[in-house]
Design a protein around this ligand. Structure first.
Ligand code: SF4
Ligand code: SF4
Length: 409
């Protein structure tokens, strides 16, 4: 059931098409049914009972990156992102999800299943990789460019409380997220090392779970409730200056999605609202420190890509850039369309590789035109999509905090 306050928003649409003009998917397909304006009109007809949810509607609704570009460009303030996410839940209620997605969601929502599966994945990684077709692709990404699993989950590499290097000036809870925990351990090492050098005690609650955002975005809200409730319990109670997050998507979940999903499901969202106030992207938290005395020159040329979930969902634009600009001898050069989605969109690039590759091609071209040595971005999905599609191995794709850790080494 979509709440009335949300469903009434379809009547605010004046069909101006400003949302469609900026939609990266519409730019590729040029078909009204996939445009945000077209989707709002279809949703309106369904809500009025003039059209039934069909498989074709489900396909059109799924042809969307949930990048929120349409939402920020709508002059009438139509909450397109919320409407589309709520409608996905209606679609799932009618048709359920394919077994592969249900299996993935089962893994992500089980506190013990995911570590167990990753353990065996790590054991069998080499033989499994050798079975992959040489020229095979996972969506748009060549198999040879897929990331390797961490040697151990990051959560197993540290104690729960990590004291700072010198006198303590702060204390944070660190929400690690699945990507850092299982795939990008260097991001986690960088977060811990930078905070420790600045005098911040880092607490990594061992009972934290996947944020649940990938499950919610697929429309399966009920299975995600387990993740939401556990994380609210673990991160809501502790006494700390902030809950820091290094992943744009996890940050979007904790800051915004938890409260919205609970409210739309008719549940109490007070704890989620309180947690949202404490959550900061790592770039926001670090912006408050006097970093200059710790930074050594890093003579390199960097360009920055805005993750959708950081820029539009959380409104974080300047902080990562200003951190990079503070590093001596580092040149930050803006790419054209830094705020345009990279085409990854979670499972989108797997499900719509032809559309995604057109969007990613534009991003790669914009990066190449900057002649940068490094692409910085605070989202593991964007890093995967950009690294996976970059043909130039000399260009590194890093989290801004990894660059900062290098400058503080
Ligand atoms: S920009 Fe807003 S008002 Fe204009 S067509 Fe899109 S949803 Fe409707
Ligand atoms: S969220 Fe992004 S991809 Fe989806 S309709 Fe809006 S602009 Fe297009």
């Amino acid at each position: 059931m979509i709440p009335a306050e949300l469903s009434e928003q379809v009547y605010n649409c004046i069909k101006c098409g400003l949302c469609s003009n900026t939609c990266p998917v519409y730019a590729q397909l040029r078909f009204e049914g996939v445009s945000p304006r077209g989707k709002v009109q279809l949703i309106k007809k369904i809500l009025e009972g003039k059209l039934a949810i069909s498989e074709n509607f489900a396909r059109l609704l799924g042809t969307c990156l949930l990048c929120e570009t349409c939402m920020v460009n709508c002059p009438s303030g139509v909450g397109l992102d919320r409407l589309m996410k709520a409608m996905r839940a209606e679609v799932v209620a009618k048709y359920s999800l394919p077994w592969q997605k249900r299996a993935l969601h089962l893994l992500l929502s089980g506190p013990h299943l995911l570590p167990f599966a990753v353990f065996w994945g790590r054991m069998l990684e080499a033989p499994l990789r050798s079975l992959l077709p040489k020229d095979g692709k996972a969506g748009t990404i060549p198999c040879s460019r897929l990331p390797r699993l961490n040697s151990m989950p990051l959560l197993s590499q540290y104690p729960e409380i990590i004291p700072p290097v010198g006198p303590r000036v702060g204390r944070v809870l660190y929400f690690v997220g699945c990507a850092t925990n299982y795939l990008s351990e260097n991001v986690g090492h960088s977060v811990i090392s930078v905070l420790g050098k600045l005098g911040v005690e880092v607490i990594i609650p061992k009972r934290q779970m996947c944020c649940g955002f990938p499950i919610c975005l697929a429309g399966a809200r009920k299975p995600a409730l387990k993740n939401i409730m556990r994380n609210l319990e673990v991160f809501g109670a502790a006494d700390a200056d902030a809950v820091v997050v290094d992943c744009a998507t996890c940050g979007a979940a904790l800051k915004k999605e938890y409260a919205t999903v609970l409210e739309e499901m008719g549940q109490n969202a007070l704890a989620a609202r309180e947690l949202a106030r404490k959550v900061l992207d790592i770039s926001q938290y670090l912006s408050g420190f006097d970093l200059e005395k710790y930074l050594r020159p890093v003579p390199t040329r960097v360009t920055y890509h805005d993750p959708c979930h950081l820029l539009r969902t959380q409104g974080v634009k300047d902080e990562p850039r200003s951190l990079l600009k503070r590093i001596p001898d580092m040149e930050l050069v803006e790419m054209a369309g830094a705020d345009i989605c990279c085409g990854g969109g979670g499972a989108f690039q797997m499900e719509h590789p032809d559309v995604a590759s057109g969007i990613t091609k534009n991003k790669i071209q914009a990066i190449m035109e900057t002649h940068a040595d490094v692409v910085a971005t605070g989202c593991p999905g964007c890093r995967l999509q950009i690294h996976g599609n970059l043909e130039d191995d000399h260009i590194q794709v890093m989290h801004p905090v990894e660059i900062l850790a290098m400058a503080m080494a």
